[in-house]
Design a binder for this molecule. Structure first.
Ligand SMILES: [Fe+2]
Ligand SMILES: [Fe+2]
Length: 357
């Protein structure tokens, strides 16, 4: 049966369609579902690894990566509602590095939501971060979306206590492929907090969780791994629309586990390789992920970047801003039930990553 629509409704619809045709999607605020969530845009910068040399000297390349992302965020039109910093602002957690990071990030003309990374944490166990930057875990609501920030880079107490100095502890957590490292954890106290935070929330509330490490298991020797990820997933799984955004892996990586979509954010500093292109050990790199091309070492910004995320119908459309590379767009496909790389799906046009083990 054809639905009758009133002239007033028709005009309203026509006005919305006209607006959608002329304005970027993110400024068209269309209500959906129960009418409580609206579309908006935010930006995501992660893993800058600002590295102190001595005095006022820092590694130039990493400074430039963050400065470039901040500048581009300031030029965004329409403005993002906020910018997320995804962790690893510092390289060795030094006060000089964190203060330097705050100075560069201070040029942003938008509010910032902070996520802590292991490089920010393991020198003073998050003291400076908590005092001067942000709480380590918290939640907030924005235009119908429930956001949760987790501190996912905790680990076993026995490991934290085994080092003679904070510097030694930091250096051992900072190293990739370190047999003396320790896997990341959210830990029970925070898991209980999360359970309580989500208790009683309608199951159709879209949820976005932001953590530094991936909240699933990819490759333990490199610590692309959260030991108690399944406990966190079990709390999130009953919700219909859940997206986890994480940093740490410095590459495009995406996965779907039940109702939960996972998307990795780019680093502004350097790319890590994909484990299967580098090692011949068992791994759980998601089959869904179409790998990025190998980074070109002659372009200092190649395979680094940042993201603009459009929140559309409670789902994330992730527009990667890849410097020296073609942009890619990750979008949740409602029919398939997982995210697809809409700008990169044509198999004949893909360049396979180079094997280098
Ligand atoms: Fe990092
Ligand atoms: Fe990290």
């Amino acid at each position: 049966m054809k639905k009758k629509i009133s002239r007033r409704m028709f005009l309203r619809q026509a006005a919305l369609t006209a607006a959608a045709a002329t304005l970027p999607l993110s400024v068209v605020e269309v209500s959906w579902g129960a009418g409580k969530s609206r579309n908006f845009t935010f930006a995501y910068i992660s893993d800058s690894h600002l590295t102190h040399i001595q005095g006022a000297k820092f590694v130039r390349n990493f400074d430039q990566g963050l400065k470039k992302a901040v500048t581009e965020c300031n030029f965004m039109s329409p403005k993002p509602d906020f910018v997320v910093y995804g962790g690893d602002l510092a390289q060795l957690g030094k006060r000089e590095e964190l203060e330097h990071g705050l100075e560069i990030m201070g040029k942003l003309r938008h509010p910032v939501k902070w996520v802590i990374g292991e490089h920010d944490y393991y020198l003073d166990l998050g003291k400076f971060w908590e005092e001067k930057i942000s709480r380590l875990y918290y939640s907030f609501d924005h235009k119908g979306i429930h956001f949760v920030v987790l501190n996912s880079i905790l680990t076993y107490d026995s490991w934290v206590k085994r080092w003679a100095t904070p510097e030694e502890r930091m250096a051992n957590m900072a190293r990739l492929d370190n047999p003396n490292g320790s896997p990341f954890m959210v830990k029970d106290e925070q898991i209980a907090w999360l359970k309580n935070d989500l208790a009683g929330m309608p199951k159709d509330t879209p949820i976005i969780v932001m953590s530094h490490s991936p909240l699933y298991k990819i490759f333990k020797p490199w610590n692309f791994w959260t030991e108690d990820a399944e406990k966190v997933q079990a709390i999130l799984q009953p919700f219909e629309k859940v997206t986890v955004l994480h940093g740490h892996v410095h590459q495009i990586l995406y996965n779907q586990i039940g109702n939960i979509t996972f998307q990795a954010m780019m680093s502004t500093a350097w790319p890590w390789p994909y484990p299967p292109s580098y090692i011949q050990k068992p791994h759980q790199v998601p089959k869904l992920t179409v790998f990025m091309n190998r980074a070109d070492p002659f372009h200092e910004r190649d395979a680094t970047g940042w993201s603009v995320l459009d929140l559309h119908d409670g789902r994330v459309v992730n527009n990667f801003k890849l410097w020296e590379n073609k942009d890619r767009v990750l979008k949740f496909d409602e029919k398939l039930g997982y995210p697809i790389d809409v700008e990169y799906q044509e198999p004949t046009k893909r360049i396979p990553p180079q094997q280098h083990y």
